[in-house]
Design a protein around this ligand. Structure first.
Ligand code: URA
Length: 195
């Protein structure tokens, strides 16, 4: 049995060669994800932006710096978690990913989740939330942990947060995001105590 790290590396090699949708034609590189293969917490954002496209690493721009600040508040580092996106390639001009692009990229994310088997998936922003919790409004479900059965995935606990890029320059959303973020240690402890 291969280690989770080896399995992820193999998957990443395949992902890097993906040309299944037209996003790949307009971006510099595929951004598979980063962090610990054994992470208990997996953060899932929307899609790479300019900086991520240039570096091949998720959340390295302004939103990523804000994410790092919030991780520090709860005493976590990037090496303790895994970060990926719904779409692995940057959409032109950072537009929202199209449903067909999300659907085409889904098998990659599903494979990542199956390898990592996180205790908690934290969705960042509306697009990420909608992939797992369709029909919900982010304004209603942010800051709430939910156990859901997802097709091909089984039961999984989700926690929805506003996207750091959306909250960065919006005072009240920023406060809400930080407040919700501070709940993460309590949520993960609860999941682990339930076992
Ligand atoms: N926003 C995202 O959703 N993902 C990134 O990787 C960067 C910014």
């Amino acid at each position: 049995m291969q280690s989770k790290q080896d399995q992820l590396e193999k998957l990443n090699q395949k992902m890097l060669a993906c040309v299944k949708c037209s996003l790949r034609k307009n971006c510099i590189q595929v951004v598979p994800g980063a962090g610990a293969a054994k992470a208990r917490i997996m953060f899932i954002g929307e899609a790479p932006g300019k900086k991520e496209d240039e570096t091949g690493v998720p959340f390295v721009g302004a939103a990523g710096k804000f994410l790092d600040e919030m991780l520090e508040i709860i005493k976590l580092k990037r090496k303790d978690i895994y970060i990926a996106n719904i779409c692995k390639c940057r959409p032109p001009e950072n537009r929202d990913p199209l449903p067909i692009e999300v659907a085409t990229c889904w098998p990659w994310l599903l494979a990542q989740i199956k390898i990592i088997q996180p205790k908690l998936i934290i969705t960042l922003g509306k697009h990420s939330m909608e992939r797992f919790l369709p029909g919900f409004k982010i304004s209603q479900v942010h800051g709430k942990a939910m156990r859901r059965e997802i097709e091909d995935m089984g039961k999984q606990v989700f926690y929805t947060l506003y996207h750091p890029a959306a909250a960065l320059y919006n005072g009240s959303m920023r406060k809400t995001l930080i407040k919700d973020f501070k709940q993460i240690p309590r949520i993960i402890a609860k999941i682990e105590n339930e076992k």
